[in-house]
Ligand binder design. Structure first.
Ligand code: PLP
Length: 469
């Protein structure tokens, strides 16, 4: 493409995105295509010769759009959001335009330093412990997802527990038989990380929860004692601030005290709810976080930053770096040798890394702290409104506490009635909700965190739900 062609196509692409976002409400939220329908619209063979931009865009409408679920729709209330925003889209675009690969400080110093600086800002913005700042022994790093963060934390914990021997010699050479703990409500990414780390899912203990679906520290201690008596080594515990099913907040302080007492690494997964701490009145969710060895949250869920973007902070970066660093000859350079720089390739699984911090920086600069706080407060207020609407209708019940912006509710009746209700809501295309099971019962989840969601969308969703009963 010539610069002129690129400029013309680029302007058209931005226009297209702006129109898409402007009209997104009029689209059915959940795609209703059948499996294979999208591939059928594509030619069997790739084009032998160049095709023009206009042809790609025509196929974007014809082939792709029918097969999309519109995550940026203000009528999207399923799972947790993956909310985006215009400044973030621009950051993503410019990062693609720059095309830098920031594996080492030396391969693009700004890529590393903007990231370090923005993540230090965020420590203050969220009221997190100063120990996470890069100016001391800690620091933050951007990862793709919370799943990668938990894997990195688990690997560092494994290394610390085995005197940094298991990387070099393999787990079999280590005398310790390691066990990890989390609640029955923790995200499945920890089970996956146990598999990948070679520890095995059987070594993950799922601790009971209380009536609010939060981990019971007494139950944790009972399991730790039993494992120690059996000659096993407790080495890792994960507490969640905002569980996936019901947004439960684990008692991090009590869990952290047990982690300290028994020499375990405490990882805190605040993937969804961590963003709420932008507002001082919601910072209670982070009580006890000063005891954490690592902490992660996803700006790509609730902080208006396009997928993917997860922040991992550690209190002792040397444990993470010693776990993940491998330095071949071809990556050696003077800046690394000086010890004066961060090479973020040593802080996560991949070698290569893109300039993710740019979009986060743009988001923070566009909204400012106050703008971000206002949106979070707005979402929580909408959730409060929705909860009050559900509570005012005798046919429904709210089945879990609502600390922030997720409402778990159901029709008073059997699971079949609730499953049918959800099917009808989603088939309408006017809103999209998802479900979970709590105490063995089918529950609907209304998750309110879309960038552009307004009261009218929440009221319309409630109206739809009532129509679908
Ligand atoms: N942790 C929690 C509490 C989550 O809710 C989720 C996803 O919803 C994850 C971790 C995994 O997130 P990611 O897709 O960033 O790996």
């Amino acid at each position: 493409m010539s610069p002129e062609e690129f400029r013309r196509a680029g302007h058209a692409a931005i226009d297209w995105i702006a129109s898409y976002l402007e009209s997104i409400e009029s689209r059915r939220v959940l795609s209703d295509v059948s499996p294979g329908a999208i591939r059928q619209r594509m030619p069997a063979e790739p084009p032998p010769r160049s095709e023009p931009f206009e042809a790609w865009m025509a196929d974007l409408e014809r082939v792709v759009m029918p097969g999309l679920t519109h995550w940026q729709s203000p009528n999207f209330f399923a799972y947790f959001p993956a909310n985006a925003s215009e400044p973030s889209i621009l950051g993503e675009l410019i990062s693609a335009g720059l095309g830098v690969q920031g594996m080492l400080w030396a391969t693009s110093p700004a890529c590393t330093e903007v990231e370090t600086h923005v993540l230090d800002w965020l420590v203050g913005m969220l009221g997190l412990p100063d120990a996470f700042r890069s100016t001391g022994a800690g620091g933050g790093v951007l990862q793709d997802t919370a799943s990668s963060s938990i894997l990195c934390a688990l690997l560092a914990a494994r290394e610390r527990a085995t005197g940094f021997r298991s990387n070099a010699e393999g787990l079999a050479a280590c005398t310790q038989r390691l066990v990890a703990y989390t609640s029955t409500q923790t995200h499945s990414s920890l089970a996956k990380a146990m598999r990948i780390a070679g520890l095995g899912e059987a070594a993950l203990r799922l601790v009971d929860v209380d009536e609010n679906h939060a981990m019971r520290p007494e139950a944790l201690e009972v399991r730790i004692s039993a494992d120690r008596q059996a000659g096993l080594t407790p080495f890792f515990v994960c507490a969640t601030i905002g569980t996936t099913s019901s947004n439960a907040i684990d008692p991090v302080e009590a869990i952290g005290e047990l982690a300290r007492r028994y020499g375990m690494w405490l990882h805190v997964d605040a993937a969804m709810s961590g963003t709420a701490a932008l507002c001082p009145e919601f910072r209670w969710i982070n009580r006890g976080v000063e005891l954490a060895d690592s902490y992660c949250f996803n700006p790509h869920k609730w902080m208006f930053t396009n997928f993917d973007c997860d922040v991992l902070w550690v209190r002792d970066r040397s444990a993470l770096i010693n776990t993940l660093t491998v330095l071949p000859e071809y990556l050696k350079n003077k800046a690394t040798e000086s010890g004066a720089v961060f090479d973020y390739r040593d802080w996560h699984i991949p070698l290569g890394r893109r300039f993710r911090a740019l979009k986060l920086w743009f988001v923070i600069r566009h909204y400012g702290i106050e703008g971000l706080q206002a949106l979070i407060r707005h979402h929580v207020a909408l959730a409060e409104l929705f909860e009050s609407l559900v509570r005012a209708d005798d046919r429904f019940e709210v089945v879990a506490p609502r600390p922030l912006n997720l409402i778990c509710f159901r029709l008073r009746g059997d699971d079949v009635a609730n499953e049918r209700l959800l099917e009808r809501i989603n088939a309408s295309g006017r809103a999209y909700l998802s479900h979970t099971k709590l105490n063995g019962r089918f529950v609907l989840r209304m998750s309110i965190g879309q960038t552009k969601v307004q009261e009218r969308h929440v009221r319309a969703a409630w109206q739809l739900i009532r129509e679908c009963v």
